[in-house]
Design a protein around this ligand. Structure first.
Ligand code: XIL
Length: 316
Protein backbone atom coordinates (compact mmCIF):
# COMPACT_ATOMS: atom_id res chain seq x y z
CA UNK A 1 0.00 0.00 0.00
CA UNK A 2 0.97 3.65 -0.27
CA UNK A 3 0.46 6.35 2.33
CA UNK A 4 -2.74 8.03 1.14
CA UNK A 5 -4.37 4.73 0.20
CA UNK A 6 -3.52 3.29 3.60
CA UNK A 7 -4.62 6.47 5.38
CA UNK A 8 -8.04 6.32 3.77
CA UNK A 9 -8.37 2.61 4.56
CA UNK A 10 -7.55 3.49 8.17
CA UNK A 11 -10.39 6.02 8.27
CA UNK A 12 -8.53 9.28 7.63
CA UNK A 13 -9.56 11.66 4.87
CA UNK A 14 -6.07 12.11 3.49
CA UNK A 15 -2.32 11.84 3.80
CA UNK A 16 -0.52 14.85 2.38
CA UNK A 17 2.43 17.19 2.26
CA UNK A 18 3.39 20.83 2.11
CA UNK A 19 4.56 21.96 -1.32
CA UNK A 20 6.60 25.07 -2.01
CA UNK A 21 6.53 26.70 -5.42
CA UNK A 22 10.25 26.33 -6.25
CA UNK A 23 9.89 22.53 -5.76
CA UNK A 24 7.52 22.39 -8.72
CA UNK A 25 10.27 22.72 -11.31
CA UNK A 26 11.66 19.36 -10.15
CA UNK A 27 10.01 16.63 -12.24
CA UNK A 28 10.95 13.87 -9.85
CA UNK A 29 9.35 15.85 -7.03
CA UNK A 30 6.12 16.15 -9.00
CA UNK A 31 6.13 12.50 -10.03
CA UNK A 32 6.20 11.38 -6.39
CA UNK A 33 3.44 13.82 -5.53
CA UNK A 34 1.21 12.22 -8.12
CA UNK A 35 1.41 8.75 -6.61
CA UNK A 36 -1.03 7.17 -4.15
CA UNK A 37 1.25 8.32 -1.33
CA UNK A 38 -0.43 11.73 -1.40
CA UNK A 39 -4.03 12.86 -1.40
CA UNK A 40 -3.60 16.35 0.02
CA UNK A 41 -1.29 19.34 -0.36
CA UNK A 42 -0.66 22.57 1.55
CA UNK A 43 1.15 25.56 0.05
CA UNK A 44 4.25 26.06 2.22
CA UNK A 45 4.36 29.78 1.50
CA UNK A 46 2.23 30.84 -1.46
CA UNK A 47 -0.96 31.81 0.37
CA UNK A 48 0.59 33.78 3.23
CA UNK A 49 -0.06 37.51 3.63
CA UNK A 50 3.20 38.83 2.17
CA UNK A 51 2.95 36.85 -1.10
CA UNK A 52 -0.82 37.35 -1.54
CA UNK A 53 -1.21 41.03 -0.62
CA UNK A 54 2.27 42.54 -0.92
CA UNK A 55 0.88 46.04 -1.09
CA UNK A 56 -2.37 46.95 0.54
CA UNK A 57 -5.41 46.20 -1.59
CA UNK A 58 -3.42 44.69 -4.45
CA UNK A 59 -3.35 40.91 -4.64
CA UNK A 60 -1.05 38.44 -6.38
CA UNK A 61 -2.37 34.91 -6.61
CA UNK A 62 -0.01 33.43 -9.19
CA UNK A 63 1.92 31.21 -6.79
CA UNK A 64 -1.12 30.16 -4.77
CA UNK A 65 -3.00 29.38 -7.96
CA UNK A 66 -0.14 27.13 -9.06
CA UNK A 67 -0.55 25.02 -5.93
CA UNK A 68 -4.36 25.10 -6.10
CA UNK A 69 -4.39 23.91 -9.69
CA UNK A 70 -1.92 21.13 -8.86
CA UNK A 71 -4.31 19.97 -6.15
CA UNK A 72 -7.14 20.07 -8.61
CA UNK A 73 -5.35 18.10 -11.32
CA UNK A 74 -4.17 15.48 -8.81
CA UNK A 75 -7.61 15.32 -7.18
CA UNK A 76 -6.01 16.23 -3.85
CA UNK A 77 -7.52 17.97 -0.87
CA UNK A 78 -6.11 21.47 -0.55
CA UNK A 79 -5.37 22.80 2.93
CA UNK A 80 -5.03 26.54 2.57
CA UNK A 81 -2.39 28.18 4.79
CA UNK A 82 -2.61 30.81 6.31
CA UNK A 83 -4.58 34.03 6.77
CA UNK A 84 -3.32 35.64 9.98
CA UNK A 85 0.19 35.11 11.34
CA UNK A 86 2.84 37.31 12.93
CA UNK A 87 5.40 36.17 10.35
CA UNK A 88 5.78 36.78 6.61
CA UNK A 89 3.72 39.97 6.91
CA UNK A 90 4.28 42.94 4.59
CA UNK A 91 5.84 45.99 6.23
CA UNK A 92 2.73 48.08 5.60
CA UNK A 93 1.11 45.87 8.25
CA UNK A 94 3.98 45.53 10.73
CA UNK A 95 5.06 49.19 10.50
CA UNK A 96 1.77 50.85 9.60
CA UNK A 97 0.24 53.50 11.80
CA UNK A 98 -2.96 51.74 12.79
CA UNK A 99 -5.90 52.32 15.02
CA UNK A 100 -8.14 49.56 16.32
CA UNK A 101 -10.70 50.32 13.61
CA UNK A 102 -8.31 50.65 10.67
CA UNK A 103 -6.44 47.43 11.48
CA UNK A 104 -9.71 45.52 11.88
CA UNK A 105 -10.72 46.84 8.45
CA UNK A 106 -7.40 45.80 6.88
CA UNK A 107 -7.61 42.36 8.51
CA UNK A 108 -11.14 41.76 7.25
CA UNK A 109 -10.25 43.07 3.81
CA UNK A 110 -7.26 40.70 3.54
CA UNK A 111 -9.22 37.66 4.69
CA UNK A 112 -12.14 38.45 2.41
CA UNK A 113 -9.81 39.04 -0.55
CA UNK A 114 -7.87 35.80 -0.22
CA UNK A 115 -10.66 33.49 0.93
CA UNK A 116 -13.00 34.74 -1.78
CA UNK A 117 -10.36 34.10 -4.44
CA UNK A 118 -9.98 30.46 -3.34
CA UNK A 119 -13.63 29.95 -2.45
CA UNK A 120 -14.72 26.35 -3.06
CA UNK A 121 -11.15 25.10 -3.48
CA UNK A 122 -9.94 24.84 0.11
CA UNK A 123 -10.88 21.83 2.19
CA UNK A 124 -9.63 23.86 5.15
CA UNK A 125 -8.12 27.24 5.97
CA UNK A 126 -5.58 27.83 8.72
CA UNK A 127 -7.28 31.08 9.74
CA UNK A 128 -5.02 32.04 12.63
CA UNK A 129 -1.52 30.63 12.94
CA UNK A 130 0.72 30.63 16.03
CA UNK A 131 -1.11 33.21 18.17
CA UNK A 132 0.31 31.86 21.42
CA UNK A 133 3.47 32.14 23.48
CA UNK A 134 4.86 29.00 25.09
CA UNK A 135 3.19 29.89 28.40
CA UNK A 136 -0.23 30.07 26.73
CA UNK A 137 -0.51 33.87 26.75
CA UNK A 138 -1.10 35.72 23.50
CA UNK A 139 1.87 36.52 21.34
CA UNK A 140 2.47 40.26 21.06
CA UNK A 141 1.88 40.58 17.33
CA UNK A 142 0.57 43.67 15.56
CA UNK A 143 -3.00 42.34 15.59
CA UNK A 144 -2.98 41.70 19.32
CA UNK A 145 -1.37 45.07 19.90
CA UNK A 146 -4.14 47.06 18.20
CA UNK A 147 -7.16 44.76 18.42
CA UNK A 148 -6.58 42.54 21.43
CA UNK A 149 -7.75 38.92 21.50
CA UNK A 150 -10.83 39.98 19.51
CA UNK A 151 -8.72 39.77 16.35
CA UNK A 152 -9.12 36.00 16.54
CA UNK A 153 -12.94 35.73 16.48
CA UNK A 154 -13.00 38.61 13.98
CA UNK A 155 -10.69 36.64 11.65
CA UNK A 156 -12.77 33.46 11.94
CA UNK A 157 -15.99 35.35 11.26
CA UNK A 158 -14.51 36.99 8.16
CA UNK A 159 -13.28 33.63 6.83
CA UNK A 160 -16.64 31.95 7.55
CA UNK A 161 -18.47 34.68 5.68
CA UNK A 162 -16.20 34.42 2.64
CA UNK A 163 -16.25 30.61 2.30
CA UNK A 164 -19.00 28.84 4.24
CA UNK A 165 -17.73 25.42 3.13
CA UNK A 166 -14.05 25.62 4.12
CA UNK A 167 -13.19 24.08 7.48
CA UNK A 168 -11.72 26.80 9.69
CA UNK A 169 -8.66 25.93 11.79
CA UNK A 170 -6.48 27.38 14.51
CA UNK A 171 -2.94 26.05 13.89
CA UNK A 172 0.08 26.00 16.22
CA UNK A 173 3.15 24.05 17.43
CA UNK A 174 3.95 22.68 20.89
CA UNK A 175 0.24 22.06 21.42
CA UNK A 176 0.65 18.31 20.74
CA UNK A 177 0.85 17.55 24.46
CA UNK A 178 -0.96 18.87 27.54
CA UNK A 179 0.42 22.06 29.02
CA UNK A 180 -0.05 25.82 29.11
CA UNK A 181 0.14 26.25 25.36
CA UNK A 182 -2.37 23.48 24.56
CA UNK A 183 -4.66 24.96 27.23
CA UNK A 184 -4.23 28.32 25.50
CA UNK A 185 -5.32 26.78 22.19
CA UNK A 186 -8.39 25.32 23.92
CA UNK A 187 -9.13 28.79 25.28
CA UNK A 188 -9.03 30.09 21.69
CA UNK A 189 -11.53 27.44 20.56
CA UNK A 190 -13.88 28.45 23.38
CA UNK A 191 -13.36 32.15 22.70
CA UNK A 192 -14.55 31.74 19.11
CA UNK A 193 -17.44 29.51 20.12
CA UNK A 194 -18.50 31.93 22.88
CA UNK A 195 -18.56 34.75 20.32
CA UNK A 196 -21.04 32.67 18.31
CA UNK A 197 -18.40 31.97 15.66
CA UNK A 198 -17.38 28.85 13.82
CA UNK A 199 -14.13 26.98 14.35
CA UNK A 200 -13.97 23.50 12.85
CA UNK A 201 -10.55 22.28 13.79
CA UNK A 202 -7.22 22.67 15.49
CA UNK A 203 -4.03 21.99 13.55
CA UNK A 204 -1.29 20.28 15.53
CA UNK A 205 1.80 21.28 13.56
CA UNK A 206 3.94 18.48 15.05
CA UNK A 207 7.45 19.72 14.30
CA UNK A 208 9.12 17.08 16.42
CA UNK A 209 12.63 15.97 17.39
CA UNK A 210 13.81 12.36 17.01
CA UNK A 211 13.65 10.61 20.39
CA UNK A 212 11.64 13.46 21.95
CA UNK A 213 8.27 12.87 20.35
CA UNK A 214 5.38 12.88 22.82
CA UNK A 215 4.21 9.36 23.59
CA UNK A 216 1.19 7.73 21.98
CA UNK A 217 -0.85 8.10 25.18
CA UNK A 218 0.15 11.76 25.49
CA UNK A 219 -0.76 12.61 21.91
CA UNK A 220 -4.06 10.74 22.06
CA UNK A 221 -5.12 12.34 25.35
CA UNK A 222 -4.22 15.75 23.94
CA UNK A 223 -6.20 15.19 20.74
CA UNK A 224 -9.16 14.04 22.83
CA UNK A 225 -9.01 17.27 24.86
CA UNK A 226 -9.54 19.19 21.60
CA UNK A 227 -12.17 16.95 20.04
CA UNK A 228 -14.13 17.12 23.33
CA UNK A 229 -14.71 20.80 22.46
CA UNK A 230 -16.50 19.77 19.27
CA UNK A 231 -13.68 20.41 16.79
CA UNK A 232 -11.63 18.18 14.53
CA UNK A 233 -7.87 17.89 14.81
CA UNK A 234 -5.31 17.37 12.05
CA UNK A 235 -1.58 16.80 12.03
CA UNK A 236 -0.70 19.75 9.81
CA UNK A 237 3.10 20.13 9.53
CA UNK A 238 4.68 16.85 10.60
CA UNK A 239 8.44 16.50 10.47
CA UNK A 240 10.85 14.86 12.92
CA UNK A 241 14.32 16.37 12.85
CA UNK A 242 17.61 15.12 14.22
CA UNK A 243 20.96 16.65 15.07
CA UNK A 244 23.25 15.75 12.18
CA UNK A 245 25.11 13.59 11.29
CA UNK A 246 22.41 11.06 10.54
CA UNK A 247 22.94 7.49 11.77
CA UNK A 248 21.01 4.28 11.25
CA UNK A 249 20.08 4.31 14.95
CA UNK A 250 18.57 7.78 14.55
CA UNK A 251 16.69 6.64 11.44
CA UNK A 252 15.25 3.70 13.36
CA UNK A 253 14.12 5.96 16.20
CA UNK A 254 12.71 8.41 13.66
CA UNK A 255 10.67 5.61 12.12
CA UNK A 256 9.25 4.72 15.54
CA UNK A 257 8.44 8.38 16.17
CA UNK A 258 6.61 8.77 12.84
CA UNK A 259 4.65 5.63 13.62
CA UNK A 260 3.64 7.00 17.03
CA UNK A 261 2.10 10.20 15.68
CA UNK A 262 0.43 8.37 12.81
CA UNK A 263 -1.09 5.87 15.23
CA UNK A 264 -2.31 8.66 17.53
CA UNK A 265 -4.23 10.22 14.64
CA UNK A 266 -5.62 6.91 13.38
CA UNK A 267 -6.81 5.98 16.88
CA UNK A 268 -8.51 9.35 17.43
CA UNK A 269 -12.03 9.87 16.17
CA UNK A 270 -11.96 13.41 14.81
CA UNK A 271 -8.34 13.36 13.62
CA UNK A 272 -8.99 13.90 9.93
CA UNK A 273 -5.58 13.62 8.32
CA UNK A 274 -1.82 13.97 8.37
CA UNK A 275 0.33 16.47 6.44
CA UNK A 276 4.13 16.36 6.20
CA UNK A 277 5.99 19.70 6.14
CA UNK A 278 7.45 18.56 2.88
CA UNK A 279 8.13 14.95 2.17
CA UNK A 280 11.78 15.01 1.07
CA UNK A 281 14.90 16.18 2.88
CA UNK A 282 15.83 17.89 -0.37
CA UNK A 283 13.35 20.72 0.27
CA UNK A 284 12.76 20.61 4.03
CA UNK A 285 12.75 23.95 5.86
CA UNK A 286 14.54 22.36 8.85
CA UNK A 287 18.24 22.85 7.99
CA UNK A 288 17.61 26.50 7.14
CA UNK A 289 15.84 27.16 10.44
CA UNK A 290 17.43 24.85 13.02
CA UNK A 291 21.19 25.07 12.72
CA UNK A 292 22.93 21.67 12.68
CA UNK A 293 19.65 19.77 12.35
CA UNK A 294 17.96 18.08 9.43
CA UNK A 295 16.97 14.81 7.77
CA UNK A 296 13.46 15.30 9.16
CA UNK A 297 11.43 13.85 6.29
CA UNK A 298 10.37 10.31 5.28
CA UNK A 299 12.18 10.56 1.92
CA UNK A 300 15.86 11.43 1.69
CA UNK A 301 17.35 14.06 -0.64
CA UNK A 302 17.58 11.53 -3.47
CA UNK A 303 13.94 10.49 -3.12
CA UNK A 304 14.76 7.19 -1.45
CA UNK A 305 12.23 6.11 1.15
CA UNK A 306 13.72 6.07 4.65
CA UNK A 307 12.68 3.79 7.53
CA UNK A 308 10.37 6.67 8.55
CA UNK A 309 8.23 5.97 5.47
CA UNK A 310 7.62 2.42 6.63
CA UNK A 311 7.01 3.65 10.19
CA UNK A 312 4.13 5.79 8.89
CA UNK A 313 2.78 2.87 6.89
CA UNK A 314 2.93 0.66 9.97
CA UNK A 315 0.86 3.25 11.85
CA UNK A 316 -1.82 3.43 9.18
C1 XIL B 1 7.89 27.93 6.73
C2 XIL B 1 8.25 27.57 5.30
O1 XIL B 1 8.37 26.17 5.18
C3 XIL B 1 9.54 28.24 4.90
O2 XIL B 1 9.83 28.03 3.52
C4 XIL B 1 9.46 29.74 5.18
O3 XIL B 1 10.72 30.34 4.92
C5 XIL B 1 9.04 30.01 6.60
O4 XIL B 1 7.82 29.33 6.87
N1 XIL B 1 5.10 26.95 10.87
C6 XIL B 1 4.23 27.31 9.86
C7 XIL B 1 4.72 27.36 8.46
O5 XIL B 1 3.03 27.47 10.10
O6 XIL B 1 4.08 28.37 7.72
C8 XIL B 1 6.22 27.55 8.39
O7 XIL B 1 6.63 27.41 7.05
C9 XIL B 1 6.92 26.54 9.29
C10 XIL B 1 6.50 26.74 10.73
Amino acid sequence: AQLNTAAKAAGLLYFGTAVDNPDLSDSKYIANLETADFGQITPANAMKWQPTEPSQGSYTFTQGDQIASLAKSNNDYLRCHNLVWYNQLPSYITSGSWTNATLIAALKEHINGVVTHYKGQCYAWDVVNEALNEDGTYRQNVFYQYIGEAYIPIAFAAAAAADPNAKLYYNDYNIEYAGSKATGAQRIVKLIQAAGGRIDGVGLQSHFIVGQTPSLATQKANMAAFTALGVDVAITELDIRMTLPDTSALQTQQSTDYQTTTTACVQTKGCVGITLWDYTDKYSWVPGTFSGQGDACPWDSNYNKKPAYYGILAGL
